[in-house]
Design a protein around this ligand. Structure first.
Ligand SMILES: *Cc1c(COP(=O)(O)O)cnc(C)c1O
Length: 602
């Protein structure tokens, strides 16, 4: 049986969505319809549990469930998707709430000069989801804006299912302007964003209620949805203790300047008098409505997304009790078909128990290398198809892809062009870039343009491509098909980062600044390499920048290139470590098991 047959076979088994027991539909006594689909149960108990048991309502402005549904912009959305995927696999009773973002984030085209052009990324919800009957309303600028929800059910082969509600204001009876509130993810100005956050936070709570979901906890994935706390206050007679016990907040931002904030005059204009201004100021801050403060002040459990990020957050929010649950990625989703096959052969059960990847050791080197070369060939074919550039299968290939924004420092490797040329003479390298800039992020766009300049400048020496329109499918190809995954954020701005975890699942070695997750993942020379000092080394910023550049070039020249070309066995043993010492831990199954025991059951 080949892989796809096997997958179809697995998919054909019908399972009880609560306990996971296989069911034969013809003989099933207990069944019920939910969201237009028929579900089968082993018992009356499971059937009742499915509809009545308390659920976690997971709120996220962006959700990356698949590339065809472009309602995400980057890591936050990919994380939300992985949260949903792991929850379904583990049968954690979770319901996700997000916006439908009918015109997506943006479709990116880049001109020959490196100018980013943006187009709407329109998609049709009706192709993937079913519209649910209830309509709820929220007050916006004195009007009653109607919201409906589209239901997407993410189903796991284990039987588990997570419903995702995509909120939509494109409803008959709304003004044309209001119909557009859920068009663009992160589009428009402050006013537009505030309207979206009203729809997500307040509209989301009302929709869950209209659909009779029994919600045990409200989990805010970043502060965009934190107006939900006020709606809960209102519903609970302003009993803030009660609300706190209902709310969980995951912060993703390590700097104050990046928090979502709205001036109070705007809030009063848009939101009206739904909540008394004293209440807004008490929990959301005196001068402006700060969505992070709101979530923080009304959640019993707050966490950062790595240990380093927890430390920064504790300094940022003195007096608050902040924990950490380090991010992870969904192992099966981010492992290439080539490594899936290998893991299936040597580590059966790994997909739903990724900690088993700790036993990757005995897999023969040749088979690891062969799986990697297949993934690399697959990527290089994709690059050729997209750009016409033929990259070399034997050349050390370095990948860099993420949102194109200044702090990610995509151009750091070009800081010293002469040195890069020298390094390339020691052993050849080639570079693959991708990433979208937010339409209003001028420095982010400049960075893309700069890279286009370097591509031209170095065209006779180093093959470099910039792939247009970065999305999850491309992320999967890139993080599995390159040899080294480069990550050069400006510390402490990368709260976590997750693409390097995807790379690790595919035996791709991380070469990264010690920020976010890599502080926990890096064992120098064993699981990958560090760029620059540890965050707790007490040195000046200038010295830090100098050490980063020194490591970047020196490690490439003296460690990475020689190991790749001359000590292939050592390289493969590091690939093995990347899987067995990194991927086994940095996965979203472990992450969700921790949310379940530390936050959801609190
Ligand atoms: C995983 C992923 C990211 C996250 O990138 P980091 O910079 O590592 O946080 C961003 N965008 C897409 C499309 C992804 O799949």
């Amino acid at each position: 049986m080949n892989e796809s047959d096997e997958e179809m076979e697995k998919a054909r088994i019908i399972r009880d969505p609560v306990c996971g027991m296989p069911i034969e539909p013809e003989k099933a006594k207990f069944k019920a319809e939910f969201g237009g689909k028929l579900y089968y149960f082993c018992s009356e108990y499971c059937k009742r549990r499915f509809f009545e048991r308390p659920r976690i309502a997971y709120f996220s402005m962006e959700v990356g469930i698949k590339s065809e549904i472009p309602t995400y912009s980057g890591g936050l959305g990919a994380l939300a998707g992985d949260t949903i995927r792991s929850s379904a696999d583990l049968k954690i009773p979770l319901t996700a709430v997000t916006l439908v973002s009918r015109k997506g984030y943006l479709k990116q085209k880049i001109t020959e000069e490196g100018e980013q052009l943006e187009y709407p990324d329109e998609w049709a919800p009706s192709e993937y989801m079913i519209p649910l009957p209830p309509i709820v309303e929220v007050p916006i600028e004195g009007r009653k804006v109607k919201i409906r929800a589209w239901l997407y059910e993410h189903q796991s082969v284990t039987g588990g299912v997570v419903p995702i509600l995509f909120l939509d204001t494109d409803v008959e009876g709304n003004t044309p302007e209001d119909r557009g509130i859920t068009d663009f993810l992160y589009g428009g100005d402050d006013r537009y964003r505030l309207k979206q956050e009203i729809v997500l936070g307040i509209g989301g709570v009302r929709m869950l209620e209209a659909l009779n979901f029994n919600v045990a906890k409200y989990h805010m994935n970043e502060g965009h949805s934190s107006l939900l706390t006020l709606e809960l206050l209102r519903k609970n007679n302003m009993d803030s203790d009660k609300v706190k016990n209902l709310c969980i907040f995951t912060t993703h931002t390590p700097v104050e300047a990046a928090f979502d904030k709205f001036p109070y005059d705007l809030v009063e204009e848009v939101l009206g008098d739904l909540f008394p201004i004293e209440v807004l100021k008490k929990y959301g801050g005196q001068d402006r409505l700060n969505m992070t403060f709101l979530a923080l002040n009304l959640s019993k459990y707050t966490n950062g997304v790595t240990k380093a990020h927890m430390e920064y957050s504790r300094r940022l929010f003195p007096g608050h009790h902040i924990m950490s649950i380090t991010n992870g990625v969904h192992s099966y989703t981010w492992t290439s078909p080539f490594f899936r096959e290998l893991f299936d052969k040597y580590i059966p059960g790994w997909a739903n128990e990724p900690e088993l990847l700790v036993r990757v050791g005995p897999i023969p080197d040749e088979e690891i290398w062969e799986a990697h070369m297949k993934a690399k060939r697959h990527l290089l074919e994709f690059i050729k198809e997209k750009t016409g550039v033929e990259m070399d299968l034997e050349v050390l290939t370095i990948g860099f892809a993420r949102r194109a924004t200044a702090y990610k420092r995509a151009t750091l490797i070009f800081s010293d062009i002469e040195r890069l040329r020298e390094v390339n003479k020691i052993g050849k390298i080639q570079l693959v870039f991708a990433g979208k800039a937010h339409p209003r992020d001028i420095p982010g766009k400049m960075m893309i343009k700069e890279i286009y300049g370097y591509i031209k400048q170095l065209k006779d020496e180093i093959k470099i491509v910039y792939l247009e329109n970065y999305n999850m499918d491309m992320a999967a190809k890139m993080t599995s098909g390159v040899d080294v995954w480069l990550n050069t954020p400006l510390p402490p701005l990368e709260a976590s980062g997750t693409s390097g975890m995807k790379a690790a699942h595919n035996g791709v070695l991380n070469f990264s600044v010690l920020d976010g997750w890599w502080v926990e993942g890096c064992v120098e020379g064993v699981t990958g390499w560090a760029i620059g000092p540890r965050p707790d080394e007490p040195i000046e910023e200038k010295e830090r920048r100098r050490r980063e550049l020194k490591d970047l070039y020196n490690k490439l020249e003296y460690l990475i290139i020689p190991t790749f070309y001359e000590r292939r066995d050592e390289w493969i043993s590091m690939m093995n470590n990347s899987i067995g010492k990194v991927a086994y831990y940095f996965n979203s199954h472990r992450m969700m098991q921790r949310y379940a025991t530390e936050a959801y059951l609190l």
